[in-house]
Design a protein around this ligand. Structure first.
Ligand code: HEC
Ligand code: HEC
Length: 356
């Protein structure tokens, strides 16, 4: 029964990919300059998973070939931090600065708190006038690794993404690009910081440069975890419960979608693939207008996931236990009990940053 369900899922996700829809999750998960960081491991799914699953079913510990097939350790860095030091300093300053909002109250950090795993721990977030949008604030940590930004992937990278919230009427509420640029030009400190960061430019305080600087800073927000040590061969980095959880995570099929360097973040999938899921949010359909994209969302990265609740695109799921249970039901058509949930939750805890 288990195997039949798996084959059904594999065939369906394979067909899905073959339709050309799921292009981004194939062997080249990102087509920007960082794709070399992703090698194998990213975006594997479809027929390949069958081998991993069948050869290793029943064993408690996954062998290294299976691990490599699904996962990849975090790179040490995805931006030259020395060469880009001035740009990164400016980006961090902008990220933390509420003056990027219309009434000087809201910064990127209000919703993506650097001292709180890049989130605000609320289902949805209040903007400059207290109004909330319909979606949960995802973490900015490791977000630069994703194939695209936002739950629906509507921005191609962190540089492009950063320019959205500043002008969004219910987030930071600035009326226009010019208004933002003029406001920054009146702040002496920014004259110096922009000139340092964009040395070759005559008029460095430009709207697009705000995005470049914030994006560069976000590229430094990588959070190595014990799981990365484990993937690099440190057998003791995970305890037995976490290893058992990892095996269950892979055997159940979670890693069909949550895989690669971010354990997610590299493909778009429908919520309710097997058992339909109630939501008014049409996800990627709002970007592509394709019928097949209704209720399709970017598969979230599971790095730091024990710290970034509440969960799902609308923040409607309060606990990680419930998120795991609902995933098994809606994405895999499986009912899971406390044994599965607790072990998988323990494994997911090993994805938490070691330093933050
Ligand atoms: C009022 C709260 C709020 C503010 C302020 C805000 N964001 Fe967000 N951010 C969100 C929400 C909500 C989303 C998800 C929206 C969506 O997917 O449609 C999001 C998405 C993102 C993402 C995408 C992450 C992913 O996994 O796809 C990044 C990166 C990000 N924000 C960075 C920033 C930066 C940089 C700023 C400042 C320029 C900023 N945000 C300001 C609430 C906020
Ligand atoms: C078919 C692809 C697919 C499979 C299989 C899958 N997931 Fe997901 N997962 C998603 C998508 C898509 C979302 C985003 C759902 C949403 O917010 O609407 C998600 C969300 C999550 C979240 C919440 C993330 C957040 O930041 O809110 C967790 C936790 C999670 N999955 C864990 C699991 C576990 C554990 C399994 C196995 C039992 C699993 N997933 C199986 C695609 C999948």
């Amino acid at each position: 029964m288990k195997i039949i369900l798996f084959l059904a899922l594999i065939v369906s996700s394979y067909g899905y990919a073959q339709s050309g829809h799921d292009h981004a999750s194939e062997s080249s998960p990102k087509d920007n300059q960082h794709s070399d960081m992703h090698g194998h491991g990213s975006g594997h799914h479809g027929m390949g998973n069958k081998d991993g699953m069948m050869m290793h079913g029943g064993h408690h510990q996954l062998d290294s070939a299976t691990l490599k097939h699904f996962f990849e350790p975090l790179p040490a860095s995805i931006i030259d931090e020395k060469k880009n030091a001035a740009l990164i300093t400016l980006g961090k300053k902008l990220y933390l600065d509420p003056r990027l909002s219309i009434n000087d109250t809201i910064s990127c950090n209000s919703c993506h708190q650097l001292n709180n795993f890049g989130v605000d721990s609320q289902p949805t977030s209040p903007g400059h006038d207290g109004t909330r949008g319909g979606r949960n604030s995802p973490t900015t940590f490791n977000a630069a690794l994703h194939i695209a930004q936002f739950w629906d992937g509507r921005a191609k990278d962190v540089e492009e993404q950063a320019l959205g919230p500043i002008l969004n009427p219910i987030e930071m509420g600035m009326p226009s690009k010019e208004a933002v640029v003029n406001k920054l030009k009146r702040i002496d400190e920014y004259k110096v910081l922009f000139a340092d960061a964009f040395k070759d430019e005559k008029d460095p305080i430009q709207y697009k440069n705000i995005g470049k600087a914030i994006g560069a800073f976000e590229r430094t927000l990588l959070t190595p975890s014990r799981f990365d040590d484990y993937l690099r061969g440190d057998e003791k980095a995970l305890n037995d419960t976490e290893k058992r959880g990892l095996t269950k995570f892979v055997h159940m099929g979670c890693a069909n979608c949550h895989n690669g360097v971010a354990i997610g973040g590299n493909s778009f999938k429908k919520i309710g693939l097997v058992e339909s899921y109630e939501t008014k949010d049409l996800g990627r359909y709002e970007v592509t207008s394709l019928e097949i994209d209704k209720k399709v969302f970017k598969v979230p990265s599971l790095r730091n996931i024990t710290q970034t609740g509440p969960y799902f695109h609308d923040g409607s799921v309060a606990t990680l236990e419930q998120a795991i249970e609902e995933m098994a039901e809606h994405q895999l058509g499986r009912e899971v009990g406390p044994g599965f949930i607790n072990d998988v939750k323990a494994f997911l805890g090993a994805l938490t940053s070691k330093s933050r």
